[in-house]
Design a protein around this ligand. Structure first.
Ligand SMILES: *Cc1c(COP(=O)(O)O)cnc(C)c1O
Length: 392
């Protein structure tokens, strides 16, 4: 079934009493009872499917989780309270029965790098960082590090590099490691990492999937082998999403394919326009034929979809010039997020990569004149004229 169809049908219309609600209601109950206590006993014992306590299962979350499984073509999903909670629990599940070592892409969401260094490392889980787009380097890092888990993003932030998920999945598998892929930037419309051999996919639902700037949430979608591990971890540790957020996310996802198509088309046009501006030194966008991962992009991405993130450098600009430019924006929102219906501009050195040492940022290629634009669904002419007056 096409993803547009799955987005509006999967997970919904579960029978509740005699009637079937057209959309999934918000279930707020923290616990559930049955006519006979014996049945609750069987539910607690997991001999019978059913609800008992909201940390274990919640019907609203179940609807969303079914929808996420359908979108990513996975086996099991867990809706989490944030994208970072999803990253943490996916890594924990991946390392459960494996060596406590991680090989991770060196270009990752800022908080993910911080989590590896300040949450996992103190627990004795060491991470070796590698250029995930250099397959030979990845192979070497896996051989040297003997990791239990490899972690990467489908499209890296903010320089939009694209690694070969299928090849890396094969390498990880051969070494007995699980592959965890953060698919937030690409979304299941562009890439479904589980189909390419990844074991666990994570999302910040806060971004494209919920899409309206009103939800904080995350999700893990797994292959068959890791489903029960993730759910068991969650039953004990409880990183679960609240049912109101779950409802909003399901509502958002119904239009996600439409929104994302529009965002991708807008982004192509804006990237092209930016590349022609004299004040713009360099544009980072996957459609660029000169993109270092161009061959991989054409192999793994669907035709004419390159994502909706555009990064660019302003010639000779430092923090001051960047702030002036950002203050001039009237339509594009200067906010620390992405994937919403409205366009958003972020200054990585100030926000997403703020806590990294300047030298580490420099090594990652994130210069002080770099801006990241998350393209929204507005009319492209309006976004362009806003950028034009701000760049003036
Ligand atoms: C935003 C984001 C996260 C973290 O998600 P939260 O919902 O903010 O916790 C993780 N990975 C990527 C790629 C993101 O963009």
């Amino acid at each position: 079934m096409n993803i547009h169809t799955r987005a509006v049908h999967a997970g919904d219309r579960k029978k509740s009493g005699a009637a079937i609600p057209v959309t999934t209601p918000i279930y707020t109950a923290s616990s559930y009872i049955y006519e006979k206590i014996e049945q609750l006993d069987r539910v607690f014992g997991r001999e019978e499917a059913g609800d008992s306590y909201a940390r274990y299962e919640n019907p609203t979350n179940r609807g969303l989780e079914e929808l996420l499984v359908a979108l990513e073509n996975g086996h099991t999903a867990l809706a989490c309270a944030s994208g970072m909670a999803a990253v943490q629990f996916a890594l924990q599940a991946a390392l459960m029965d494996r060596r406590r070592r991680i090989v991770a892409a060196n270009a990752l969401y800022g908080a993910t790098i911080r989590m590896l260094q300040s949450v996992f490392e103190p627990l004795g889980v060491e991470t070796a960082f590698v250029d995930i787009c250099d397959l030979a380097a990845v192979e070497k890092a896996i051989a040297a590090g003997k990791p239990g888990c490899v972690l990467m993003e489908t499209i890296s932030n903010p320089l939009l590099r694209v690694g070969q998920i299928d090849r890396i999945a094969a390498m990880a598998k051969a070494a007995g490691a699980a592959l965890v892929v953060d698919n937030t930037f690409a979304t299941p419309m562009m890439v479904r990492p589980l189909e390419l051999g990844a074991n666990l996919v994570v999302h910040s639902l806060t971004k494209y999937l919920a899409g309206h700037g009103d939800v904080l949430g995350g999700a893990i979608i797994t292959d068959e082998a890791h489903g029960e591990t993730v759910r068991a971890l969650s039953r004990t540790a409880g990183p679960v999403l609240g049912s109101f957020e779950s409802y909003l996310t399901m509502r958002g996802i119904k239009t996600f394919p439409l929104r994302f198509e529009r965002q991708c088309t807008n982004a192509c046009r804006i990237a092209q326009w930016l590349a022609a501006q004299p004040r713009v030194e360099r544009v980072f966008f996957p459609a660029d034929p000169g993109h270092p991962d161009s061959a991989v992009i054409h192999r793994l991405f669907p035709e004419k979809m390159f994502g909706a993130m555009v990064s660019f450098e302003i010639r000779g600009a430092g923090r001051e010039e960047i702030f002036t430019l950002m203050d001039r924006l009237k339509i594009v929102v200067r906010a620390t997020s992405l994937g919403d219906v409205h366009s958003m501009m972020l200054y990585p050195a100030m926000s997403s990569h703020r806590d990294l040492a300047p030298r580490q940022r420099e090594r990652m290629g994130i210069r002080d004149n770099l801006l990241r634009l998350s393209v929204g669904i507005e009319a492209p002419e309006d976004i362009l004229s806003d950028l034009e007056q701000a760049l003036d």
